[in-house]
Design a protein around this ligand. Structure first.
Ligand code: PLP
Length: 398
């Protein structure tokens, strides 16, 4: 995580990822309005999808999120220890492996997800060591076929979790699941997963489980499937202002605003003759005499090499295209004879309302999804936090 694994990258004129926390708060409010009966879990795994987990978690909590979610326990423990969240904010993490930091998680009051018997055994041991009741949420595989407990194994997990609850070692705080195809509204698996979820919840409740929260909705389900909202929704990508799938709508259609703007300063502008090869492999050759601009960002910064020859960049009010290969640290755009000064801003993506491309444009250029574009922006790119137009200190605090 950019704030914990290493000190925040020092501000530099080379490049920056500007993170608009007021946009993030507005997105949280817009999503809460789509699920008015449900609590909100702000998903900030993978360093807040590349936006910085701590400032984004704080902003989401300010906008009314009582829960924060991560994949790994390490991410969740760092949030609890260092993000400066109010103590009553609940933090849940769901991607556990044997030997994980169960005791620390119990001591930190995290809500931990259990998908199988091995995890129940380990959390019970963690609770004994901590001398505290563990908060556990049982995860059902309702059809995703990834993590979660299969229906055939559910009775045993429920029975043993109830036994541990009776001994005061765990409290079963949640029953939950995750969709496979929520970004394809109308896909038959969505209805099938919902009815399987209702059955598995009903089974656990008949046996005596009294969960605080039942939840299954990610961003697309929050936006398009009200019947999936239950007690809590868990949006990630939509909170950062990206659409889960352009077929559902653009961010603007969904009432969302992209939070990240990635920009760099041109490091060199120069005249070159026609027929000049550009970048490794010479996959681009200047069609005639022209000017080239050097953008000091590369695949080490998360600019996808698959977007070589295709990624769009706004320079001096015009869309330019990556000329030739994206290298580790830099790429080139053909400026078509224009002569912007060195230092001129090159915007790779942003909300789009200054005419700049969006993360979705880069996703299309690279054959991937917007999630991957923002999440992979590297630690070498400083995050610059802005709020209502004001730049915040580098840790995003106010
Ligand atoms: C990542 C994740 C989410 C959020 O998904 P989005 O599609 O980004 O909204 C929710 N729940 C779980 C279990 C996840 O892993």
């Amino acid at each position: 995580m950019s704030e914990t694994a290493q000190p925040p990258a020092a501000a530099s004129p080379r490049a920056r990822a500007e993170i608009d926390l007021s946009a993030l708060r507005a997105n949280v409010r817009a999503l809460r309005a789509k699920a008015p009966g449900a609590a909100f879990m702000a998903v900030v795994k993978a360093d807040g999808y590349g936006h910085g987990a701590f400032p984004c978690a704080r902003a989401a909590v300010e906008a009314g999120a009582p829960w924060v979610g991560t994949a790994t326990p390490e991410e969740a423990l760092a949030l609890r220890a260092e993000a400066g969240l109010p103590d009553d904010v609940r933090i849940m993490c769901w991607l556990w492996t044997p030997g994980g930091p169960w005791r620390e998680a119990v001591e930190a009051g995290l809500d931990v997800s259990l998908s199988g018997m091995w995890a129940l055994r380990e959390v019970v041991e963690g609770a004994r060591l901590a001398g505290r009741t563990a908060r556990v949420q049982l995860k059902a595989d309702t059809g995703l076929g990834r993590n979660g407990c299969q229906p055939a194994d559910w009775p045993e997990l429920v029975a043993e979790a109830l036994r541990a609850e009776a001994e005061g070692l765990v409290r079963i705080t949640g029953l939950w699941s995750h969709f496979a195809c929520a970004d394809e509204p109308g896909h038959p698996s969505n209805a099938a997963q919902l009815s399987r979820f209702r059955e598995m919840v009903a089974y656990a409740e008949q046996r005596g489980v009294r969960p605080e929260v039942r939840h299954i909705a990610n961003s697309p389900a929050t936006l398009t499937l009200p019947g999936s909202h239950f007690d809590l929704v868990r949006p990630g990508v939509a909170m950062y202002g990206l659409t889960p799938n352009t077929q559902i709508g653009s961010p603007a259609d969904l009432g969302l605003r992209p939070v990240m703007t990635l920009a760099a300063s041109l490091a060199l502008v120069k005249h070159v003759p026609g027929g000049h090869g550009v970048s490794y492999g010479h996959h681009y050759t200047t069609p005639g005499e022209t000017t080239l601009g050097l953008v000091p960002l590369g695949y080490a910064d998360g600019v996808p090499r698959h977007a070589s020859g295709a990624g769009p960049v706004l320079v001096g009010g015009k869309w330019r295209t990556v000329a030739g290969r994206i290298a580790m640290d830099q790429f080139v755009v053909d400026l078509g004879g224009d002569e912007p000064e060195e230092g001129t801003e090159a915007v790779l993506f942003g909300p789009g309302d200054r005419g700049e491309p969006t993360a979705e444009d880069w996703a299309q250029a690279a054959g991937t999804i917007g999630y991957e574009i923002v999440t992979r922006i590297g630690a070498r790119v400083p995050r610059v936090y802005v709020d209502e137009g004001h730049t915040l200190p580098s840790d995003g605090s106010r």
